[in-house]
Design a protein around this ligand. Structure first.
Ligand SMILES: Cc1ncc(COP(=O)(O)O)c(C=O)c1O
Length: 368
């Protein structure tokens, strides 16, 4: 049987497996940091209306520059951060994964490198590989915080072209202090200069503020965002970035023409009309997240402080066996391959209760 490695694929793809969390059919799925709440019915109706309008023009290519959508995203960012963001500062694509891919196509590529501080979002490394960018796994402390001195040293030694800082971090959930981001930006400029990408996929769930104000006077800084989490629209595939207008001009050199379909633009615009309602769900999820943290601690687990819609907990002698035992009780969590730890996404109160019952039972089993 012919397999991938029998094909003339690029050397760096040989022997690799594709990204993918298991999509198992179990009663409680808390493994991909999705928002557990379906979109509210009035929004579903509004999406149908806007998509119907868009359908009448599907014989035409969509607005290549997604001007109306970028304008509304800029308004959302300005309203929620207090930092003035305009159309020229915003770019949108099919999920923040595509935003990251466009950034790496623009600022990385063959002969160039990117660094992230791991464990962190594994797609930063995978998209680097996919774009021919060399990947450097930078260090993180035992407690999953970024050790500034070690990170600065890694930047100075490797002189990467792109630096990823995920805050709140996935899978650990902890936020990176703004002083650390600033220091890493300075280190990256001194070493190269390079682009610093702050991945704020989970920022709406944070106790702290967005780092958008840091964009002022820093043209090599990019903040990336998504509608997959806070807006409860993972199926929509809409990610975006805020940066200096020159960055927005630069990514247009690599974007595919008409990359964002008219249907996607219409749907995202409808969702943005309902921002206030959607952000109320975020508040509920934040309090459920805090409940998960305190209940897990009460049961006797170690928990990483979380600013996201998920919680990293442990420690297990064998995290894969623990993952399986939780799954046997009908709850799917995530084994990210970090020895001793698992990650659970905040679900509805009922889903979280089911999860807490499962881990309480597991603890009992392991201590008796
Ligand atoms: C840190 C981080 N960035 C980006 C993404 C990708 O999100 P999107 O659905 O917008 O592609 C994720 C998704 O889990 C994530 O955890």
């Amino acid at each position: 049987m012919t397999g991938i490695d029998d094909l003339p694929v690029r050397d760096e793809l040989r022997g690799k497996s594709p990204y993918g969390a298991p999509q198992l059919d179990v009663p409680v799925r808390l493994n991909t940091n999705e928002n557990p709440y379906p979109l509210p019915e009035p929004l579903v109706e509004r999406i149908a209306e806007r998509v119907r309008e868009a359908a009448r023009n599907l014989n035409r290519y969509p607005d290549r520059d997604a001007v109306e959508l970028r304008t509304q995203l800029a308004k959302y960012l300005t309203d929620t951060s207090g930092h003035e963001v305009g159309l020229a500062n915003v770019w949108a694509a099919n999920g923040s994964n595509e935003v990251i891919q466009q950034l790496l196509q623009t600022f990385g590529g063959p002969g160039r490198t990117a660094i992230g501080f791991e464990p962190s979002y594994s797609m930063h490394g995978l998209i680097s590989r996919g774009t021919g960018t060399g990947w450097i796994s930078g260090p993180r402390g035992e407690d999953f915080t970024i050790d500034l001195a070690a990170a600065e040293k890694a930047i100075a030694e490797n002189r990467p072209d792109v630096v990823f800082i995920t805050t709140p971090n996935n899978p650990t959930g902890n936020a990176v202090p703004p002083e650390t981001v600033l220091a890493l930006y300075e280190a990256a400029q001194a070493a190269k200069p390079s682009m610093v990408v702050v991945d704020e996929a989970y920022i709406e769930f944070s106790h702290g503020d967005s780092l958008l104000p840091l964009l002022e006077g820093r043209p090599n800084l990019v903040v990336s965002r998504t509608m997959s989490k806070a807006f409860g629209a993972a199926g929509l595939r809409l990610g975006y970035l805020a940066a200096h207008p020159a960055v927005v001009d630069a990514v247009q050199l690599v974007r595919l023409p008409y990359h964002l379909s008219a249907v996607t633009q219409a749907t995202a615009l409808a969702a943005l009309e309902h921002t206030d309602t959607l952000l109320k769900y975020v508040e509920q999820l934040k309090s459920e997240r805090d409940r998960l943290v305190s209940e897990l601690r009460a049961v006797g687990y170690d928990v990483v402080e979380s600013d996201a819609n998920f919680v990293q907990f442990g420690r297990f002698e064998d995290s894969h066996t623990a993952w399986q035992k939780i799954l046997d009780r009908g709850v799917l969590v995530r084994d990210n391959g970090i020895p001793g730890w698992l990650r659970v996404s905040a679900g509805t109160p009922e889903e979280n209760d089911a999860f807490l019952d499962a881990v309480r039972a597991l603890k009992k089993e392991q201590t008796t």
